[in-house]
Design a protein around this ligand. Structure first.
Ligand code: NDP
Length: 282
């Protein structure tokens, strides 16, 4: 039976560290603020935003929520982003994605000041991640790195396979593993013999978006298996890209869904917001 990696516990530790830092800053009169912008009433986005607000409260940040109606125009949203860019109380700006179809996600993100882009989606921050000279961590991949670290596994020299090459997970994940000296293979929907490639991995990160696609025959005995996926199974229950029941005997370490990577993403967002606050107050 694999060791189950407890994302909630690791995330709680990270947030506690941030809370203590924030307390010290408050004693010096420094307050940190995160602005969260949500457009429309997508139920999943509402939940994410609520969780981000709760996390801000737990670590001691001021959070400013801007809930805009679905019919908000690009001009109106850009005006808000501009206002937040120039507001000294706001250290981090997060625009909850996806935006309604008539709004251009990329264009809006490109208008957030890079030093307030706590999601690390702005091209300047993406470029910095590529060259290994970054202030902001890509939240989900950075959360994955913390989970790997929590197992005591050294990434250096290990065969690492990432399934998925999206800009928000797969590609930055591969970069972070590479920065830690892993030997990294990025796979995707056109990869030939995915099973064989994955079964060489000492560390396997699945970020695909396909319920329970990764079965025991994809994994090497004793591997660290990290499941980023958030899908619904045939009964409508939340599940990952990894078939947990099938893989749990063979893996060395494995993350559950829920309770694995999910809680880490928000913890890393809090970490980036703290970093932004420290930059703005240095
Ligand atoms: P995308 O849809 O943007 O990317 C999916 C990737 O998987 C693509 O690169 C695609 O390849 C690849 N892929 C699809 N099918 C296959 C297949 N059969 N074999 C191999 N590769 C395949 O998804 P995201 O990266 O945004 O998200 C991935 C998952 O992670 C989703 O379930 C999402 O909900 C979850 N997620 C969870 C987060 C968390 O906090 N826990 C945060 C962000 C995402 P190709 O490029 O060739 O199309």
């Amino acid at each position: 039976m694999a060791n189950i990696i407890d994302g909630k516990a690791v995330s709680a530790q990270v947030k506690e560290g941030i809370r203590q830092e924030v307390e010290k800053l408050k004693a010096k009169g420094i307050e940190i603020g995160l602005a969260v912008v949500i457009v429309g009433d997508d139920p999943a986005s509402q939940v994410y935003v609520r969780n981000k607000e709760k996390a801000c409260e737990a670590v001691g940040f001021n959070s400013y929520k801007y809930a805009l109606p679905a019919e908000t125009t690009e001009e109106e949203l850009l005006a808000l982003v501009d206002k937040l860019n120039n507001d000294d109380k706001v250290d981090g700006i997060l625009v909850q994605l996806p935006l309604p179809k008539h709004l251009d996600d990329k264009m809006i993100i490109n208008n957030i000041r890079p030093d307030k882009d706590v999601d690390a989606f702005h091209p300047v921050n993406v470029g910095k991640i590529m060259i290994g000279d970054y202030s902001f961590l890509p939240c989900t991949p950075a959360g994955v790195m913390e989970l790997i670290k929590s197992t005591g596994t050294e990434v250096a020299g290990k065969e690492c396979v990432v399934i998925g090459r999206s800009n928000i997970v797969g590609k930055p994940q591969a970069m972070l593993l590479l920065h830690e000296n892993g030997t990294v293979t990025i796979t995707h929907s056109k990869t030939k013999d995915l099973k064989e490639v994955c079964s060489r991995a000492d560390i396997l990160v699945a970020a695909v978006g396909r319920a329970k696609m990764v079965t025991a025959d994809y994994i090497k005995e004793g591997a660290v298996v990290i499941d980023v996926g958030m899908n619904r199974d045939e009964e409508g229950k939340l599940c990952g890209d990894v078939d947990f029941e099938d893989c749990k005997e063979k893996a060395g370490y494995i993350t559950p869904v829920p309770g694995g990577v999910g809680p880490m993403t928000i913890a890393m967002l809090m970490k980036n917001t703290l970093t932004a606050g420290l930059i703005h107050n240095s």
